[in-house]
Design a protein around this ligand. Sequence first.
Ligand SMILES: *Cc1c(COP(=O)(O)O)cnc(C)c1O
Length: 372
Amino acid sequence: MTVPFNALDLPPLTAQDFARIEDKAAAVMGTRADVVVMQGEALLPLEAALRSAAHPGSTALNIVTGPYGETFGGWLRSCGAHVVTVSAPFTAAATAGQVREALRENPAIDLVSLVHAEAATGNTNPVPEIAAVTREHGALLMLDAVASVGAEPLLTDEWGVDLCVIGGQKALAGPAGVSAVSVSDRAWARIAANKQAPRRSYLSLLDWKERWTDAGRTALPHAPAQLEMLALEQALDRVGADGLDATVDRHRAASAALRAGARELAPLTPYVTRDEDAAPAATTLRAPEGLDAREVVAAALAADAGVPVQAAAGALAEDMIRVNHYGRAADREVVLASLAALAAGLRALGHAPGAEAVRDAATSAWEKTLAG
Ligand SMILES: *Cc1c(COP(=O)(O)O)cnc(C)c1O
């Protein structure tokens, strides 16, 4: 048997290729700062960024709006930082007012950690306002934009984000195995002055700066994750061809349609109360007391196994349903099929949502969003 094409026989990915892909990642992040593509899932640059900026004796503000924020608090504490926590309920977003208050009460805060959108809890935070307050205070801002890049506006430089982390696996419909972080000049200066910042480590941003960025990006420090890099480039090129704004609009329309349909899906309701706090990448729905979200999900998947509907993880599993309408799933037919499956699941459990009303509400919200 002959193998007509073997991906492992591709010519090696060059330093030039790697640099070009970094530049394409920078474009979707809205930054002219250094962007380092790191060869791991997004948790790698997230941990690298926080460990580079935090140190014993420093004070960090950790804004928790879902499970990722909780993980980041653990990393910051393990760096020896004193961690101040601001939390928002999973039904809403954190506010700039909460952040301003925390900064006023804790003047020593020199790092703020924020998740832009939480795919796990379906909320999104007002980054421009929080960034402005953080900047005024003089702290660095680390933003987890993994679930927002491509799904909603992300203006890293304009907003003044110092460390912005993205991954390819959500709205960009790309691979999960490589990710990127942008580093502002201010952040590089703080990281270089931090004796605890990882050095000679896979978590080291400084190693990449020294061996790659400052060396003119001419020789790769490690073998590139070739297949993942090629997949990331294809994902970025596809977004480029469709247009970043059009990609964002498609996610906004999916969110609006899902939320409008969900309002007709009694007894389910949107988990996030206000539309402006809802993440365009994923919508969460609340199952009322007495109805287990996991049973609704199982019944919906029994009706249509192909829809991106799942029960939330951990403590939220009983009352939160998640619809992941990102990437390829930010599509009118996928949204309508997800709502139809949920309606069929509810009917199987003895409820009676009007399938037609759900479909009409979702369709008209989709069209209204795209009409501007
Ligand atoms: C998806 C996501 C990540 C990436 O982590 P995984 O758990 O591997 O999917 C990081 N941060 C946020 C906010 C995400 O939504």
